[in-house]
Design a protein around this ligand. Structure first.
Ligand SMILES: O=C(CO)[C@H](O)[C@H](O)COP(=O)(O)O
Ligand SMILES: [Fe+2]
Length: 217
């Protein structure tokens, strides 16, 4: 199934609850929550108290993308705050296998993210252990960047790797996705689509609906 995961990094934070309810009513299946620590990536976004406070706004899947150093230190806290799916960057974990196990032990979904230049081989041995692989299609740290074209081939190669093993692992793409390139990205094999600026710039409900029409076509 194809799902939309709007990134609230581009939301109007003064009306965050209201905007999340708008996404929910428009039918977005996930809410993508970008946590940045100013170390793994240059920016600092928001963290646990914000996630806790928006949790009552929707029952949609909280898709928490941790762009923080050694995320293994905080898994319990993010589960407690309401995460349904936690994605950690392979580049940020000294012990990726242990961090994935710590997410799965808590009964939620686990994802592993790769920066654009990180080889797919990095997930080769843990592929069976995760529910999702997130292919970064921009360098992480900011919303509103331009999609990096070579990452499309990476999505195709990952899809091949997953199919060859008979797995059903989800492929999420994140960064620079818009209404003009989303079809090509889905054709490459992605089934969970993150979009921040393309959803929140303009009419949120209308943009969500336009993405969902493409995802469901
Ligand atoms: O992880 C991210 C940045 O590191 C964001 O999820 C991503 O950039 C979404 O924003 P946009 O769709 O505007 O590119
Ligand atoms: Fe993200």
């Amino acid at each position: 199934m194809n799902c939309l995961s709007p990134s609230i990094l581009s939301a109007d934070f003064s009306r965050l609850g209201e905007q999340i309810r708008e996404l929910d009513e428009a039918g977005a299946q996930y809410v993508h929550i970008d946590v940045m620590d100013g170390m793994f990536v240059p920016s600092i976004s928001f963290g646990l108290p914000v996630i806790r406070s928006i949790r009552p706004c929707t029952d949609r899947i909280f898709d928490v993308h941790l762009m923080i150093e050694e995320p293994g230190r905080y898994i319990e806290d993010f589960v407690g705050a309401g995460a349904d799916l936690i994605t950690v960057h392979a580049e940020s974990c000294k012990h990726l296998d242990r961090t994935i196990a710590s997410i799965k032990e808590r009964g939620i979904l686990a994802g592993v993210a790769l920066n654009p230049a990180t080889p797919l081989q990095t997930v080769e041995y843990v592929l069976e252990k995760v529910d999702m692989v997130l292919i970064m299609t921009v360098n992480p740290g900011f919303g509103g960047q331009k999609f990096i074209p070579y990452t499309l081939q990476k999505v195709r190669d990952l899809k091949k790797m997953i199919d060859a093993r008979g797995l059903k692992t989800d492929i999420e793409v994140d960064g620079g996705v818009n209404l003009s390139n989303v079809e090509e990205i889905m054709s490459a094999g992605a089934n969970i689509i993150v979009a921040g600026s393309a959803v929140f710039n303009g009419d949120v409900a209308e943009n969500t609906q336009m993405f969902l029409d493409i995802l469901n076509s």
